[in-house]
Design a protein around this ligand. Structure first.
Ligand SMILES: [Fe+2]
Length: 166
């Protein structure tokens, strides 16, 4: 596999694990608000990010690449509110989307059609990620504090089901 592409995939594997930690810290903050549903919701997000990392690791190994697991900075543990958590999350997902798009650009440059096919799933996944965080921000703004209890019940039913990537 092309070196530049291999490096970009390695960066993304590490960024997905870092993302999982960011959402784990957010989940712990949410638990201090007593919102059990949102605590569950963010726990599912944590699992999703680990799944993304796991899937990319398996792919890089399958392609004969070398996985390099690295360290990363401490995640933010303090937030102003539930809305702050979700706005920070959406900003983070926009960064993820830019990174996935960059991998796709490199894959096109080096004409790695297999990688283009594999990463298309992540391009589509990012559309969903941005949408689910964006919708939650809209809902949190709509309901304000009085409706948060009901929204918390809705967030409670989110479950992690491992998607089929290929
Ligand atoms: Fe992800």
């Amino acid at each position: 596999m092309n070196n530049k592409l291999e490096n970009a995939i390695n960066d993304q594997i590490n960024f997905e694990i870092e993302s999982a930690h960011i959402y784990l810290a957010m989940q712990s903050y949410i638990s201090t608000l007593g919102l059990e549903g949102f605590e569950n919701w963010m726990g599912v997000q944590y699992q999703e990010e680990l799944f993304h990392a796991k899937t990319m690791i398996a792919y890089l190994n399958e392609r004969g690449g070398r996985v390099n697991i690295r360290g990363f900075a401490d995640p933010e543990n303090e937030f102003k509110s539930l809305l702050d958590v979700f706005e920070t999350s959406l900003a983070h997902e926009l960064k993820v989307t830019a990174r996935i798009n960059n991998i796709m650009t490199i894959a096109h440059e080096v004409k790695d059609y297999a990688a283009i096919s594999f990463f298309q799933w992540f391009v589509d996944e990012q559309v969903e990620e941005e949408d689910s965080f964006g919708k939650m921000i809209d809902k949190i703004k709509l309901v304000k504090d009085s409706g948060l209890y009901l929204l918390d019940k809705e967030a409670q039913v989110r479950v992690f089901t491992e998607p089929v990537v290929k």
